[in-house]
Design a protein around this ligand. Sequence first.
Ligand SMILES: *Cc1c(COP(=O)(O)O)cnc(C)c1O
Length: 390
Amino acid sequence: MSAIDPADLTLCAGPNDVSAEVRAALGSPILYHYDPAFLARFTAAERAIGAIYRTTRHEIILMQGEAVLGLEAAARALAGPGVPCLNLVSGVFGKGFGYWLSAIGAELHEIEVPYDEAIDPAVVDAYLDAHPEIRVVSMVHSETPSGTINPIREIGPIARRHGAVTIVDCVSSLGGIELDAEGWELDLLVAGPQKCIGGPPGMSLVAVSPEAWAAIEANPHAPTGSFLSLLDWKRQWHGQGRFPFTPSVSDLHGVLAAAEALLAEGLPAAHERHRRVAAACRAGVTAMGLRPWPARATIAADCVTAIRVPDPITDIALRDRVRSTYSVQLSAGQGAGNIIRIGHMGATARPMLMIAALAAVGRSLIDLGADVDLGSGIEAAMASLAEPAG
Ligand SMILES: *Cc1c(COP(=O)(O)O)cnc(C)c1O
C-alpha cells in the first residue's frame, strides 16, 4: 500500500468515517432544492436536529458550510463595534472565538484558564456581577483539541439571569454528550454533523432561542444579504419558504440519515456509548503509564481522549508512526500542547475501535523509545469495558 491509501481505521477528532447508511444517503440522487421531496427532507432534518438539541423553543438554521461558518455567523449576529462580550477560554477554539470578536470590534472581556482545565461557573457569575454591561457570553462545550468539557449547564442560567445571551460552540459534543439547549437556558448554539452525530463535514447546525433572535434583531451590525447571515435564513427561508442560496443537497441527505439514526438509537443510549468508551480509554491510557491531558477525569470529554506525549517524542512523530506502521489515523495536538488524540465520536465510539487505537498508540510509543506498559493498558481498558453499565 502506498502512503496515500486511506488508513485502515480513522479514529480522529473528526471528521471520521460514517455508517454504511449515511454513506449510502450521501450517494443518493441530487434533487432540485425546491423539489417537494427535498423540501420534506430539509424540514425533517431541521426537526431531527431540534430533537437532538432537545428544544422546541429554538429555531433551527441549517447553514451550508463547515461549522466554522455557523460560529462566525453567530459572532457577527450578536457582536458589533463596542458591544461588551465575555469570552470563556479553556482551549484553542475558545481562544479563536475571541479573535473573531476582536476583529468585529467588540469590547472583549475574557476569562482564560490553562488548556488542561475547565471554566468555573462561580467565576463567570462573579465576573458578570462586576460587569453588568456584558451582552454576550461565548463558550465552548467540548474543547476538542484538549479533550475537556465545560460546565455549560451551569453557565447558561447564570448568563440568562444577568441578561446576557450565550453563544455555545457544541460542534464536537452534540449527540455524544448530554446537552439540553432549552433546559440549560442556552441561546445560540452551533454544532457540526461530522463529530458525535456521525455525519459528513460541510454543514453548520445552528439553534437560535427567541432571546437570541431579539438580540440579533436589535443589533444594527448583524449581517443581512450575506453568506454569514442568520437573519437571511430566518426571514427568507423560515419567513417566506425561499432559500437564501442553494443548500448542499448531498450533505443534507447525509445529515438527515445520521440524525435519524442517532434519534433511533436514543440520545441517552448514544451518550452512554460515548461515556463507556471514553472511560475505558482513559483507564487504558493511565495503566500504560501515560497521562490524560485533562487535569481531572471529571472534566474529560467523552468524545475524544487527549493524551500527553512523553518527551522527547512529538505529537507529529507519534501520529505519523501510528499512521504509517499500524494504519490508524489519529489526531495530533492542534496547538493545545504535545498531545495525541483518539477520537471516539459518532460511528467511531465503539469499544474495539478504541482498543485498536490504544494498542497502536502504546506500541508506537515503544517503537519510538518510550517506556510504556502496553499489556497493562489494554487489560485495564478491557476490564473497564467489562464493568456493568454505570
Ligand atoms: C471540529 C470543531 C470545530 C470546527 O472546526 P474545524 O477545525 O473546521 O473542524 C469547531 N469547534 C469545535 C469545538 C470543534 O471540535
